[in-house]
Design a protein around this ligand. Sequence first.
Ligand SMILES: [Zn+2]
Length: 86
Amino acid sequence: MRFNINIAYIKRLVPLLVYNKGYKYYLGMRVEDLSFDSNKNSVSGNVQGNKLYETSVIFDKSGDASGFRCNCPYKGLCKHVVALML
Ligand SMILES: [Zn+2]
């Protein structure tokens, strides 16, 4: 399975501020329990923010990201998802 995700792609998805916060989370090793679910074709992980957030990215068959989920209050694509994708 290949994922068509790279830094340029992520930067197009989110405002720079959100990207930078997600990048700091990634550098701070805040992403835990990364796992791939081959049935759902999704990558999940827990991201340590103010709380521990359950975050996942769903991919379609060609490896493009087709959906994002996070249980934090931020609406839209959040820094936790950015940290997970990085
Ligand atoms: Zn989030």
